[in-house]
Ligand binder design. Structure first.
Ligand code: CS2
Ligand code: MG
Length: 408
């Protein structure tokens, strides 16, 4: 048996997704997520122009060999485009292998280590009232953990805050269909640092100590600013502070660690285990935030999480809406199987997306399960997908009040 065909499906049910379809000579179909937000077509081209023809005729069971063939074989290593392309191939091959075994993927990864996967939702609001409405809404839905992002007085629309006003919002979406150029946002770290700790104080007063609270700094603070922030929010018991500094500077977290016990999470823009070498071996983080889709797939992610486990570091796999339900399924199978699971991000996809990608996920009082269908448990409906044409969309560019470009 061998791989017979490899195709790329691009669809845009409210947002863009790139999916790889691998079919074997005996008709088994495997799906892989290759979505790279705002740069989707570059991964589609990498796969269809350079990878598809290499896969045809290969033994679909040789997953590790195929991974090394694509990673080492390209000579040019790492980077989000390459690693998203390899991830899509890897996911599709694991999907096929588990379908052939007649088992949900997590069984091949060692079986379930828990009954369900604790997930966190995104609660946001332009002001405190809108934010508390969102938190209340998510608690009523059964969530036990929420990420909190809120507007900062004096700044306009900022990262992570739904512009749609009060209430529970499922569809916060940072990628904007803004024509040929990205939309722009404004930022001021000083105003943010002065505002945010007070918000956490009020949330704890209102909601007590049970609820797990997370926050995303989205790479905007310098090391000394991040150290101050992590120290200021210490009394409010954050589950984690994410991406407090620009993540490529691994040594920056030494300073933050010296000043605070607030748990740190980092890695959604990383692509390989090497991006974590200092962070993990020096125990500078508590949670690994990579996406399976952007880190070379299930094969690479399992190795990364096993490496983290040796240092007592846990998983916090990236799961925003720009990870397709296929990438999300890959995360859920890993979450269920590994011992060092921490928490899983969960931004539910909109209804249009779920009509294109049929999942078998179940949600029960704050915990997700990938379902027990053989494989990853997600099937793409190609006819439904073809109704949604690709539409260019970009993540915003961020500027300081004086116009200087800043990390978004
Ligand atoms: C984020 C993402 O989910 C997160 O933690 O930081 O929303 C991120 O902004 C997007 O995935 C970018 O594509
Ligand atoms: Mg993030």
């Amino acid at each position: 048996m061998s791989i017979e065909s490899v195709d790329v499906v691009i669809t845009s049910p409210g947002r863009n997704f790139v999916t790889l379809k691998v079919v074997t000579s005996d008709g088994i179909v495997g799906w892989g997520d290759a979505t790279l937000n705002g740069r989707e077509l570059s991964v589609a081209s990498y796969l269809s122009d350079h990878v598809a023809s290499m896969l045809v005729g290969r033994d679909e069971d040789r997953i590790e060999d195929t991974w090394q063939y694509l990673y080492r074989g390209a000579y040019w290593r790492r980077g989000p485009v390459t690693m998203a392309a390899i991830a899509a191939v890897d996911m599709a091959l694991w999907d096929i292998k588990a379908k052939k075994a007649g088992m949900p993927l997590y069984q091949l990864l060692g079986g379930a280590s828990r009954d369900g996967v604790r997930v966190y939702a995104h609660a946001s609001g332009t002001d405190f009232e809108a934010l508390t409405n969102a938190i209340t809404g998510y608690r009523e839905l059964g969530f036990t953990a929420v990420r909190v992002q809120t507007g900062v007085p004096g700044l306009g629309q900022i990262y992570g805050v739904s512009a749609a006003g009060p209430g529970v919002r499922y569809d916060y979406e940072p990628a904007k269909r803004s024509g040929d150029r990205p939309a722009e946002e404004t930022w001021d770290t000083r105003q943010y640092l002065n505002h945010m700790p007070g918000v956490f104080a009020k949330i704890r007063e209102e909601f007590g100590t049970d609820l797990r609270l997370l926050h995303d700094g989205h790479h905007r603070m310098s090391p000394i600013e991040a150290a101050r922030f992590a120290k200021d929010v210490e009394p409010y018991d954050l589950f984690w502070l994410e991406d407090c500094t620009p993540s490529e500077d691994q040594a920056a977290l030494r300073l933050v660690r010296q000043h605070s016990t607030t748990p740190l999470a980092i890695g959604e823009v990383f692509n390989t285990v090497f991006d974590y070498q200092t962070l993990i071996t020096e125990r500078l983080i508590d949670y690994v935030r990579s996406a399976v889709t952007h880190t070379g797939g299930i094969t690479a992610m399992k190795k990364l999480l096993d490496f983290a486990a040796i240092y007592g570091i846990r998983s916090g796999i990236h799961g925003p809406t720009d990870i397709s339900p296929i990438g999300m399924a890959a995360a859920l199978h890993l979450d269920l199987a590994i011992h060092n699971f921490g928490i899983q991000e969960y931004m539910p996809h909109n209804e249009q997306t779920l009509e294109v990608f049929r999942t078998s996920f179940t949600f029960d009082r704050g915990f997700l399960h990938p379902g027990d269908e053989p494989g990853l448990g997600v099937e793409l409906d190609e006819e439904a997908a073809s109704a949604h044409e690709y539409t260019k969309a970009y993540l915003p560019v961020n500027r300081l009040l004086d116009g200087t470009v800043h990390d978004w």
